[in-house]
Design a protein around this ligand. Structure first.
Ligand SMILES: [Ca+2]
Length: 394
């Protein structure tokens, strides 16, 4: 991702990947994150003994959403921090919103006076203290590529077939890829996050120095977005990182890439599935999605893959050259020989590493969330949806 374009997604699950941007701003859309999990475990342990073990599994917005009621308990159980409006940095921010965009200082100050630093947000955003060797593609995959998400995805495809087909006609992105992204992000709109976006973004902008610039920018974009749409910023819910709606767009991504796809002259990524579908497709299109082009092929390797892995996840080596360097790929390698490719390694503890050859479209999916685990989950869920849809159709 061009460094700042894809802030669309937030640091999701920590995973091993050559391009993993631990310290980089993004968002995505959703909320998986090992850090979230460990943080939530910690929080939930302190907060409540009623939480069951399954809830404490892998990270995800689902978990976070499920624990949200706890945040209310937490805030009651812990001393309330001062409201944001009292801090000099926030006052300066409010002043800049007035000077640059004409926001009313008194009104904005009142809104910031009703929000506080959110400890759960801060815990969720911190990089996981999970050793690299413990990050597991297998566990990650099981969360997103499974029977339930496939079944619900087929239903989503059937329910929105017309919008998905129209999005493919306009943007060239297949229905199963759009559906799979929405499936991984929010389980087809079921789990969009329950954090106050204003509070989450303000917390990360002013109480999380490593990403302060990124989140201050997103906070600015969010306030502009709310004003443009005539909604009260205090009313908007999203992920702990400020991702919004069915496709979990960060505010900057929504302003830049989202589209009104149901023709009501407004963009509503929370209520309009059509807007979400069109926006996901437009996002991928503007990041270089190639219609009718491959995404990835399963691969195996002879010898030490270290050098190929070190080359990174961005496709830069023609496939035929990879095939001369010990890589074997299943599928139409002859047809795709000239296409730039990269070796993708998906590791799990005590398991054989799963190898794939990723093409440009795989990298485009990573613009949504810079994670090879994420992109491969989207691709494999999409493949499962296509197969299941075909069996339904036939
Ligand atoms: Ca609309």
């Amino acid at each position: 991702m061009e460094t700042h374009e894809l802030k669309n997604i937030i640091q999701k699950p920590a995973e091993k990947s050559a391009n993993h941007v631990q310290a980089q701003p993004r968002i995505s859309l959703c909320a998986l994150c090992v850090s979230a999990i460990s943080a939530l475990k910690e929080v939930s342990t302190k907060i409540s003994r009623t939480i069951t073990a399954p809830l404490l599994g892998p990270l995800s917005i689902i978990i976070i959403a499920g624990l949200l009621p706890l945040s209310a308990k937490a805030s009651k159980a812990t001393p309330q921090t001062a409201s944001f409006s009292a801090t000099p940095e926030v006052r300066a921010f409010i002043l800049s919103m007035h000077e640059q965009h004409g926001f009313d200082v008194t009104h904005l100050t009142r809104q910031f006076s009703s929000i506080h630093a959110n400890a759960i947000v801060l815990r969720a955003i911190r990089p996981a203290a999970v050793p690299e060797q413990q990050r597991s593609w297998q566990r990650y995959r099981e969360r997103f590529v499974n029977e339930r998400r496939t079944r619900n995805g087929v239903r989503f495809w059937q329910d929105h077939a017309a919008e998905l087909a129209r999005a493919e006609a306009i943007y060239g992105v297949p229905p199963e890829i759009i559906a799979a992204i929405i499936g991984v992000e929010t389980e087809y709109g079921r789990n969009m996050g329950k954090f106050s976006v204003l509070e989450a973004l303000a917390t990360l902008a002013f109480d999380y120095p490593p990403r302060a610039d990124f989140f201050r920018s997103e906070l600015e974009q969010f306030l502009l977005l709310a004003r443009e749409n005539g909604v009260n910023p205090l009313d908007i819910k999203g992920s702990y990182a400020g991702a919004i709606g069915i496709p979990q767009f960060m505010p900057s991504s929504q302003r830049r890439y989202a589209v009104d796809f149901d023709g009501d002259n407004r963009i509503d990524l929370r209520q309009s599935t059509a807007d979400a579908i069109g926006s996901v497709a437009r996002f991928l299109h503007l990041h270089g999605w190639q219609a009718e082009a491959p995404v990835a092929l399963p691969a195996s390797i002879e010898g030490d893959p270290a050098k190929l892995i070190a080359a990174g996840i961005k496709p830069q080596t023609p496939l035929h050259e990879l095939l001369q360097q010990g890589v074997s790929a299943l599928g139409e390698t002859g047809q795709f020989g000239a296409r730039p490719a990269a070796l993708i390694d998906l590791t799990s503890p005590d398991q054989p590493t799963e190898y794939w050859v990723g093409f440009d479209n795989f990298y485009v999916i990573m613009r949504y969330n810079r994670s090879s685990f994420y992109a491969m989950s989207v691709f494999q869920l999409a493949t499962a949806l296509r197969a299941a849809q075909g069996s339904v159709t036939n």
